[in-house]
Design a protein around this ligand. Structure first.
Ligand code: SF4
Length: 357
């Protein structure tokens, strides 16, 4: 690292010492590193999710499962239910697999980036972040905030995602040997609080003297690729209520929202195939409105079908369970199905016992 890079790192760390965000999974600047379990858990939760949204989930998980061994021994259904609402449910399944692997090592996380990568579901970013923040290893940590700061600092003109290679090389150049964890968190904080997506506060920035992007209009970095339209998918979900309860199923082990508790549906998928018949083919169904939900790669219009057939229905016990309506919040429904349930319940309020026999 040359002298100017060292000076820039020193400026940034000085700023971090004064301005670090106080977050429940962190240690204050310059103090011993935080518990690797808390670092790892927070980094998994923070992928594609804001700090504000993660806060209550982090408190819930660490309150209920304070160690990686406790999480490894937890009932998987309970972990998935506790995760409900955070989205990207593959993360929760990977979380369980990784916790079990660490528990099998006596509860000790490996300390190097390469060894962390060997854990199930632990990708390049999370391995670098845990190595740097929990173990003080020099690692190149590039999240969305860091990506933005570096693209602006070096005025990287290439659009994403191609620019990621240059951003990584530049981040590697400016990462110091000492206080690598604080440096990574300082870059994250700078992106979150100063070098923001809109209206970056360059006058307050500790790196403004070295920033190439500032002079040419910082907001245009990182350069975005042309936007591709998301495909629109359609599906149906089925609300079957009786006796103050609703019929819920556990989704299969693969595919969207795998392993989550849900309303029965017609097998909609990201590819747009898989539509099947309602679970009660002879029953009467009425349209109950449509829920719109955006996934990363497609938008879904989920039509809600309300069972209004006259017969008391029964299902094989292994297919699902009758879930009490007054405890629906504890079912851990993912957001899509929570929205559908809210729509059904709003109509139930309008039409009295129409849905519940
Ligand atoms: S000077 Fe402005 S654009 Fe450059 S890194 Fe700082 S806040 Fe971002």
């Amino acid at each position: 690292m040359d002298a100017s890079t060292q000076t820039n790192a020193a400026h940034l760390l000085d700023w971090y010492d004064r301005s670090a965000r106080a977050l429940p999974w962190r240690s204050p600047p310059g103090s011993p590193p935080p518990d690797p379990y808390r670092v790892w858990l927070s980094e998994v939760m923070l992928q594609q999710t804001t700090v504000a949204a993660v806060g209550p989930y982090f408190a819930k998980f660490t309150g209920r499962w304070p160690t990686v061994e406790a999480l490894a021994a937890a009932d998987e259904g309970e972990v998935m239910a506790a995760w409900a609402g955070l989205g990207y449910y593959a993360r929760a399944r990977n979380l369980i697999a990784c916790a079990k692997a660490v528990a099998a090592r006596g509860g000790q996380f490996p300390q190097t980036e390469a060894d962390l990568r060997e854990l199930p579901g632990l990708g390049a970013y999370t391995a670098a972040a845990v190595a740097a923040i929990a173990f003080g290893q020099r690692a190149v940590v590039v999240d969305a905030n860091v990506e933005r700061v570096v693209a602006r600092l070096f005025a990287i003109d290439e659009p994403l995602p191609g620019a990621r290679k240059a951003i990584r090389v530049r981040t590697e150049e400016i990462t110091p040997d000492r206080r690598a964890g604080d440096f990574a968190q300082a870059m994250m904080d700078l992106g979150a609080t100063v070098c923001t997506v809109r209206s970056p506060r360059c006058l307050l920035c500790p790196l403004s003297h070295a920033c190439a992007g500032r002079a040419t209009g910082a907001e245009r970095f990182p350069v975005k690729p042309p936007k591709a339209a998301k495909p629109q998918r359609r599906g149906r979900a089925f609300w079957i209520g009786q006796g103050g309860a609703v019929w819920l199923v556990r989704r299969g082990g693969t595919g969207m929202l795998a392993g989550m508790r849900a309303l029965p549906d017609d097998g909609w998928s990201a590819r747009g195939d898989g539509a099947s018949e309602p679970p009660l083919p002879d029953a009467a169904w009425e349209g109950g409105g449509t829920v719109r939900h955006g996934f990363t790669h497609f938008d879904l219009d989920l039509q809600l079908m309300l069972y209004s057939g006259g017969d008391w229905v029964s299902f094989p016990a292994e297919a699902g369970e009758w879930w009490p309506l007054d405890q629906l919040e504890q079912a851990g429904l993912p957001t899509l199905f929570a929205k559908a349930a809210a729509l059904a319940l709003a109509q139930k309020e309008q039409v009295g016992e129409y849905l519940v026999r």
